[in-house]
Design a protein around this ligand. Structure first.
Ligand SMILES: Nc1ncnc2c1ncn2[C@@H]1O[C@H](COP(=O)(O)OP(=O)(O)OP(=O)(O)O)[C@@H](O)[C@H]1O
Ligand SMILES: [Mg+2]
Length: 436
């Protein structure tokens, strides 16, 4: 450790130097204040032994000049003085000295006071290193924090785009389902129109025109003419039936287009997490969902059993609920189409439990394997060759949005399946306005 001695008395200086060197210190010696200051600036010793009374710059002045030079580390300053008045000691300590030794000094006292200085300096060094480490740690922490914040933002963005992908898949799935049905309805309408009896009417009109000169004679005596009135009656009753079928197909088509519109509109609510609660009758909504799947249900000879507990109109998100029901029914229809169980039955039960509406859609179709039962809600999980595996996942999201829940049950393969949608019931507020 480097020690500076500032002492104008050569003999004292030499004795001090000798002792300190013997004790293992590296000594810098100066005979006056200014020389000492130069040495301090150049060598930055850790301890300084300063004589108070020196010609030129005295000890106190030197002490005042030293302190500002040590902003990063500490210098332990011991005054050498023959002044022993307590006021002198106070002055020395207040000026910046850490300790003092009375002249003539005692070698042992000097040695022990030097040891205190060394201890303080070592302690100060440790403190400084610890402080530096703490500062570095703090800086690192700040860097990590910035990194974390960036990662968090990236994660948020990833989550958002993943969510958007999910929403897009959901839209495509639901729109796709309805587009299929739109296609089926449109094909049926055009097939019916192609086979329409209207073309025969045209032919009939031509026959009548060709016999316009003798129409009465033709209608009463000609075998072809005599058949015309009966034929007209038959054709008109066929046309009537056809008209009704086309109207039915058209209204189913309009419903599907309406559903597509609602699915797309619903995504706007998703974006703002907004919900549209409407006062609805559950049975009516279920019938809508059945209508949307009616073609498939009829094609597969599926008997629909309805058990609706009547609890009046309720406030629910009509379109999300409809989306869920259409998916449940569509899945049940597939499960029944694949099954050899007879009769093929789809049962819909509506009950009320603890202020919740419970809609159970069950079938006696192919059922679900126990190991698949907890995977069926995962995005992309499907056991169908043409399935997407988005239906139930979308249903789950929609149910959560409505603060509801979905439950799937099946006793296993060929044992049928049941899907339960539970929705919280809100009381419908009836405004009682008093008329004056
Ligand atoms: N009623 C049911 N009976 C038996 N299995 C079912 C039933 N409902 C759903 N599943 C099983 O759950 C899987 C996932 O259904 P989900 O509706 O999510 O997708 P998907 O019907 O396969 O395809 P899509 O996305 O086109 O609807 C189905 O593939 C089927 O294995
Ligand atoms: Mg499905």
């Amino acid at each position: 450790m480097k020690v500076l001695i500032a002492e104008d008395d050569a003999a004292s200086r030499m004795i001090l130097q000798k002792h300190l060197q013997n004790w293992g210190y590296q000594v810098l010696a100066a005979e006056n204040g200014s020389k000492a200051l130069e040495l301090i600036k150049a060598q930055q010793p850790e301890i300084a032994l300063i004589d108070w009374v020196m010609p030129g710059m005295d000890g106190l002045e030197l002490c005042k000049k030293i302190r500002p030079l040590y902003d990063k580390k500490y210098i332990y300053i011991i005054f050498l003085t023959s002044k022993t008045e307590s006021q002198d000691i106070v002055t020395a300590l207040e000026t910046g000295a850490d300790d003092f030794i009375s002249k003539p000094f005692d070698k042992d006292v000097l040695r022990s006071k030097m040891s205190v200085g060394v201890r303080i300096i070592n302690y100060e060094n440790e403190m400084r290193i610890a402080r530096q480490k703490a500062e570095e740690a703090q800086a690192n922490l700040e860097k990590v924090n910035i990194q974390l914040e960036l990662t968090y933002k990236k994660l948020m963005e990833a989550a958002r785009s993943a969510g958007m992908a999910e929403v897009a898949a959901n839209v495509l799935h639901n729109v796709g389902n309805s587009l299929n049905s739109v296609n089926v309805s449109a094909t049926l309408i055009s097939e019916k129109l192609a086979k329409s009896e209207i073309t025969y009417l045209q032919k009939l009109a031509d026959i009548i025109k060709n016999h316009s000169d003798n129409l009465a004679e033709f209608l009463t005596n000609d075998p072809q003419g005599k058949y015309i009135p009966t034929y007209i009656c038959e054709v008109s009753s066929h046309l009537e039936q056809q008209k009704n079928e086309i109207i039915e197909n058209l209204s189913s088509l309009i419903r599907h287009v309406g559903h597509i519109k609602n699915v797309i509109r619903m995504q706007q609510f998703y974006a703002g997490a907004e919900q549209q609660q409407e006062c609805t009758s559950l049975p009516e909504l279920i019938e809508n969902a059945l209508q949307m799947n009616s073609i498939g249900l009829q094609r597969n000879n599926i008997e629909v059993i309805r058990e609706y507990e009547d609890f009046g109109n309720i406030f629910i998100d009509k379109h999300r609920t409809l989306q869920i029901l259409v998916n449940f029914i569509d899945n049940a229809e597939h499960a029944l189409a694949q099954s050899t169980n007879k009769p093929k039955q789809l049962k819909i039960r509506v009950t009320k439990h603890n202020n919740k509406a419970r809609i159970e859609v069950s079938d006696n179709g192919i059922g679900i394997k126990p190991e698949d039962l907890n995977r069926i809600f995962d995005t992309g999980f499907t056991t169908k060759s043409s399935g997407h595996g988005f239906g139930l996942h979308g249903c789950l999201l929609a149910a959560r949005d409505m603060k509801g829940a979905i439950l799937a049950q099946s006793r296993g393969e060929n044992q049928g399946a049941a899907f339960i949608l539970e929705l919280p019931l809100k009381k419908i507020e009836v405004k009682n306005e008093h008329r004056k």
